[in-house]
Each structure stands twice: as structure tokens, then as C-alpha cells.
Design a protein around this ligand. Structure first.
Ligand code: PYC
Length: 404
């Protein structure tokens, strides 16, 4: 349309920070932005601010390995993540922004009888919930991923895999930018470089937020942070059963496309997919210590290379281009913490461990409904904070994909 370089229209606007909002969302990643977007889209106009001390999508929303799937272990998990897959399937059209969702198939390898049993269990739960998911053997795996070493002579031979055809990858930046644009167009204010310093309460209710750009009066604060969920919740005295660990990832130089599906091996602590540009994207388990550091380590690179080559010896000559880390807020049962807290007006959408990006759309849709109606949607009721005190854990460790 005659737009020349340097004159692209802004995708979202900057604003002066106002002294009051109806809702303040902390964290401008996919969860915070999707919550703001669905609040405006589905529930009518409100004065909503999304705050981030960094920039849009600069936390885990831009650091994950962009895998989308719904082949979880518990019926609660499967139903929840599957709604996200549904929303992702229509997201490009809904946002009028190409999010490059590629449902290329997802394989979770089993290298032992025990993991084969878990895969069979997941497949049965998945089928009961109407999800396309089944256990396949090494011959079928080899057809889908010809470069995978499925011989019997490896240290951990591939015995089978959970195959989930609708799983795949997405362009995570596009998702963040698309939600940011959609929210902005519906009147949401996005405030980057705005750090929350404190949350104020009176009589057990949220009354305001102190930021490094000024004070805001508000009755509702939504904690949509990842990596800092506990720090923000501590500001109102709500204790989260969360421990934060780094998780490292890496990407290779681009090569011609040869890997179609997403391949995950919990036993070998590695997952790999190939981007549309041709890079291989790898991730590992969480680092084994609690930390807020996002520095890369040589140990990670060495272990990653060793494990990847056990799976695909043919790629030994490829070079790594870069590595990075994100921060994972791990909960005891590997499910998130969503909904109300003992402080009225302080809502949480946190504890996303190593599975947060794929849940962005459904988390946004359900949190928006909770904010607008005051009622907890059925899909997220199992993930409430009270479950830890009441012993209603939703154990998803067996489907978390990465070893821990
Ligand atoms: O849950 O699919 C997943 C995942 C992949 C990498 C980290 N988590």
C-alpha cells in the first residue's frame, strides 16, 4: 500500500500512564496480551492496562521452543490444552495476522517399557477426550522422521512413540504481536518498560499498583508473569508453591528442510523441530538448580549435542548459532495456578513451568471470562490455588514433555 521502509504503521501505540484503570494486567507476554484481547473482544469495553517491565513478548513468550499440542495425561489437562489448539487453529484469521501455525505432527519417543506404558495411558485418555493421538512403533516412526536412528544398537533404543498429528509449531513472536495489535485496536493500553514496584490492598482487597512510572488506582490486578510469579504474588502476601528454574534452548544454522515433525525425547532430555527458515530448534530439561539467571552454560551445549546426536547422528556437522534461556515457574504437580486468590481482586495466571506458551489463548479466554463475570470457568477450575491445600493435585509430570 505504498508503505516504504521506515514508515510502517505502528502495530500498537504508546500512552501516558493514567492514574486509574478498571483492570491492570502484569506481563505483556502471550498470557497477559491474550487476556486483555479476549476481555475486550468477548466482554465489552473497559479501561485495561497491560504492564511489562521489559517489552512485548520479551520473556518466556519469546524464548520458548514454540511447540503446540494437547496430548496431556489428565482429562482436565487434555480438555484445557485442546481448547488452546482450537483457538490457535483459527488465530491467523481471528487476528488477521499470520501466526504460521504448522500442524506438522508431534512425536514423544519412548525408550523404555515404563515410558511406553505412560504413552499408552496418554493415548487412551486423549482418545476419550476426542484427541487424535496414538502409540506407534519404530517402523512407522522411521517413515515420519527418516533421519532418526531407530536401530536397536543405540544406548536407548526407540521402542515406540506417542504420535499426535495435530501438534506442531507456531511463530511465537507473531502470536505476541498479533494479540498486542488486536488488544490495542480494541482500546487496551500496552505499557512497556513499566515496572510494578508494589501492589496496594485495603481490607483484603486490591486498591492500586505502584510502578516506576507512577501510581495507578485499580480494583483488579492479574498476575500474568512467568519467571517472576512468586515475586509479584509476594507483594500482596499470597504465597505460591512455585520454584523457578532456568531452561535453556538453542538454534542451529539454517539448512534445507529435512525434519517435518516435532520430536521429543524425555529420556534424552531433548526436543527438536525445524523452523520454516531451516534452523533446528532444540530445548532441554530445566536446569537442575533454582535460579533467576538466564545465562547459557557450556554443560547445556555439550549435553544437548551428545543427546541430539544419539537421536540423529547424521547432523553432527551442523553448527549451533546461539543459545538462550527462559525462567520456568515450576509447581508441584506440573499444572498451572489460575484464578482467584485470598486477596480480592488479585487474580493469577501463573506456574506455567515448561508448558505456558501453548496455553496462551485458552488462558486468555478463560481469565478474561473470570475477570468479566466473577465466575471461574469450568476449564480452569481444577487449576485453582486452593488445590494444594485441599490435596486436589492435577499431576501432569508424565506429559510435561521435558525431563525434570
Ligand atoms: O510441553 O511441549 C511441551 C514443551 C516443549 C518444550 C518445553 N515444553
Amino acid at each position: 500500500h505504498g508503505v516504504v521502509h521506515g514508515e510502517w504503521p505502528r502495530v500498537w501505540r504508546s500512552h501516558e500512564l493514567k492514574s486509574s484503570y478498571d483492570v491492570v494486567i502484569v506481563g505483556a507476554g502471550v498470557h497477559g496480551l491474550a487476556t486483555a484481547y479476549y476481555l475486550a473482544l468477548n466482554h465489552g469495553p473497559r479501561r485495561v492496562a497491560v504492564l511489562d517491565r521489559g517489552y512485548v513478548g520479551g520473556g518466556n513468550s519469546g524464548r520458548n521452543t514454540a511447540i503446540v499440542r494437547s496430548n496431556y495425561l489428565t482429562p482436565e489437562g487434555v480438555r484445557f490444552y485442546d481448547r488452546s489448539v482450537d483457538l490457535y487453529e483459527h488465530l491467523s484469521a481471528d487476528l488477521n495476522f499470520n501466526v504460521m501455525f504448522s500442524q506438522r505432527g508431534h512425536l514423544t519417543l519412548a525408550h523404555s517399557d515404563a515410558s511406553l506404558r505412560t504413552m499408552a495411558w496418554r493415548a487412551e485418555v486423549n482418545k476419550l477426550e476426542g484427541i487424535d493421538s496414538s502409540v506407534i512403533g519404530p517402523e512407522e516412526i522411521k517413515k515420519i522422521v527418516p533421519y532418526l536412528d531407530t536401530s536397536e544398537h543405540t544406548r536407548y533404543p526407540v521402542l515406540g512413540a506417542l504420535y499426535h498429528p495435530p501438534g506442531g509449531t507456531i511463530r511465537h513472536d507473531a502470536v505476541n504481536w498479533g494479540y498486542a495489535r488486536g488488544a490495542d485496536a480494541r482500546g487496551v493500553e500496552i505499557h512497556q518498560q513499566t515496572e510494578v514496584l508494589g501492589i496496594e490492598t485495603a481490607g483484603g482487597k486490591v486498591t492500586g499498583v505502584r510502578t516506576d512510572r507512577g501510581h495507578i488506582s485499580t480494583p483488579v490486578v492479574v498476575n500474568c508473569t512467568a519467571g517472576h510469579a512468586t515475586l509479584l504474588s509476594d507483594m500482596v502476601g499470597v504465597k505460591m508453591p512455585v520454584i523457578t528454574h532456568p531452561l535453556q534452548a538453542a538454534v542451529t544454522e539454517p539448512v534445507k528442510v529435512f525434519l517435518d515433525a516435532v520430536v521429543v525425547s524425555g529420556t534424552l532430555h531433548v526436543y527438536v523441530s525445524q523452523t520454516d527458515r531451516g534452523e533446528l530448534v532444540f530445548g532441554a530439561s530445566t536446569d537442575p538448580y533454582a535460579s533467576y539467571s538466564m545465562r547459557g552454560s557450556l554443560e547445556f551445549t555439550e549435553e544437548l549435542a551428545g543427546h541430539v546426536l544419539e537421536l540423529m547422528p547424521a547432523i553432527s556437522k551442523m553448527r549451533l548459532l546461539r543459545q538462550w534461556a527462559g525462567l520456568c515457574d515450576m509447581t508441584p504437580d506440573f499444572s498451572p495456578i489460575m484464578g482467584v486468590t485470598p486477596v480480592e481482586g488479585f487474580l493469577v495466571d501463573v506456574g506455567w513451568g515448561t508448558y505456558g506458551f501453548k496455553a496462551g489463548p485458552v488462558a486468555g479466554e478463560t481469565m478474561a471470562e473470570l475477570i468479566a463475570t466473577g465466575r471461574t470457568p469450568e476449564l480452569i477450575a481444577p487449576f485453582d490455588l486452593a488445590r494444594f491445600a485441599e490435596g486436589r493435585l492435577v499431576g501432569e509430570k508424565g506429559a510435561a514433555s521435558v525431563g525434570h
